[in-house]
Design a protein around this ligand. Structure first.
Ligand SMILES: CC(C)(COP(=O)(O)OP(=O)(O)OC[C@H]1O[C@@H](n2cnc3c(N)ncnc32)[C@H](O)[C@@H]1OP(=O)(O)O)[C@@H](O)C(=O)NCCC(=O)NCCS
Length: 311
């Protein structure tokens, strides 16, 4: 059975930086509070005209360039997003048109901050089954367009961005080894973005879920691949909050060199957070040939999911 191998990746974030000092002028908060409770120092924010598909397009172009393939190579486009330009057409279809990809299927995956791992798991299953050989997977969100900028409990946490990977069928012993996905619909009420209106969140409930879900998905996905924490070279968790990551790192006894964190620069970019972090981990030389890397996300739904990859 072929495995899904990452042959290229890219990301894109908007230029505009909003710092904690900027937020101090907008709501009753302090840099100290935001850093100590979340680890976030700044985030990128789109202008009004720039929609999710534009971020997805730029990240996809960078991923195709890194994979050294042109768009004709791609047989399927999956976009993980919960902040689409419109309810329809999907961001994936808008992206297909922007890229000039003809006659290939394209659809969105809606699993909030866990979305990229859901899309990656779907892509891996399509490749293993032989249905498609070459798939573009994108995670893109502009949640800042759906924030109440007077609600200090949510507006300090999120940012915009996009990340993408090109996956191809491979008969080598590397690629996505296993995926593990889950959902807890009964917790949906804790983190909601209505079709009209802004994001509301019960932070403490989401925090408890996030710690539990991250821990569980990492262990389960490693188990599924016949591996243990001892085999793990790098964990790339969803970049929501440093305290969630620290809890799990402590529980697992993982040293900081085995965990990648960049949420201080981007905040929580939802479905884009893991592919952006993956790209920065690659550029920083944190992933070497043969390494076992786990990507693990959690988010609204409530949803959680992880993929384990050998490079
Ligand atoms: C949001 C979060 C940082 C809040 O931290 P917390 O320790 O739970 O804080 P609380 O919600 O108990 O709020 C404590 C106080 O800080 C206040 N507060 C909230 N946001 C604040 C801010 N930006 N600046 C200053 N004070 C703030 C609250 O109003 C509250 O004040 P009160 O005690 O007078 O009512 C934390 O719950 C969290 O990280 N949750 C998970 C969020 C997440 O990751 N969501 C995305 C998942 S994909």
């Amino acid at each position: 059975m072929p495995k899904a191998k990452i042959i290229g990746s890219g990301f894109y974030v908007p230029e505009k930086i909003v710092t904690n000092a900027d937020l101090e002028k907008m709501v009753e908060t302090t840099n100290e509070w935001i850093v100590s409770r979340s680890g976030i120092r700044e985030r990128r924010v789109t202008d009004e005209k720039t929609l999710t598909s534009e971020l997805a397009f730029r990240a996809a172009q960078n991923a195709l360039k890194s994979a050294k393939v042109n768009v004709d190579y791609i047989e399927l486009i999956l976009v993980a997003t919960t902040s689409p330009d419109s309810l329809f057409p999907s961001v994936a279809c808008i992206l297909q048109d922007k890229l000039g990809a003809k006659d290939i299927p394209a659809f969105d995956v809606s699993a909030a901050c866990a979305g990229f791992n859901f899309a990656l798991a779907a892509a891996s299953a399509f490749i293993e089954s032989g249905q498609y050989n070459n798939i573009l997977v994108v995670g893109a969100d502009t949640l800042t367009k759906h924030l109440d900028w007077t609600d200090r409990g949510t507006c300090v946490l999120f940012g915009d961005g996009a990340g993408a990977m090109v996956l191809s069928a491979s008969n080598d012993n590397d690629g996505i080894l296993a995926s593990h996905l889950g959902a807890e619909g009964e917790g949906g009420k804790f983190l909601i973005m209505p079709t009209k209106g802004c994001i509301t969140m019960e932070g403490k409930e989401v925090f408890k879920f996030a710690v539990r879900a991250l821990e569980k998905s990492v262990i389960e996905v490693l188990n599924k691949a016949g591996l243990t924490l001892n085999d793990l070279d790098l964990l790339i968790p969803h970049q929501a909050n440093i305290r969630i990551i620290d809890h799990v790192a402590k529980k697992f006894g993982l040293p900081s060199e085995k965990i990648f964190v960049n949420l201080d620069k981007y905040g929580n970019t939802s479905a884009a957070s893991i592919p952006i972090a993956f790209n920065e981990a690659m550029s920083a030389g944190r992933i070497k040939k043969g390494d076992v890397v786990v990507l693990a996300g959690f988010g609204a739904g409530l949803t959680y999911g992880a993929n384990v990859i050998r490079f």
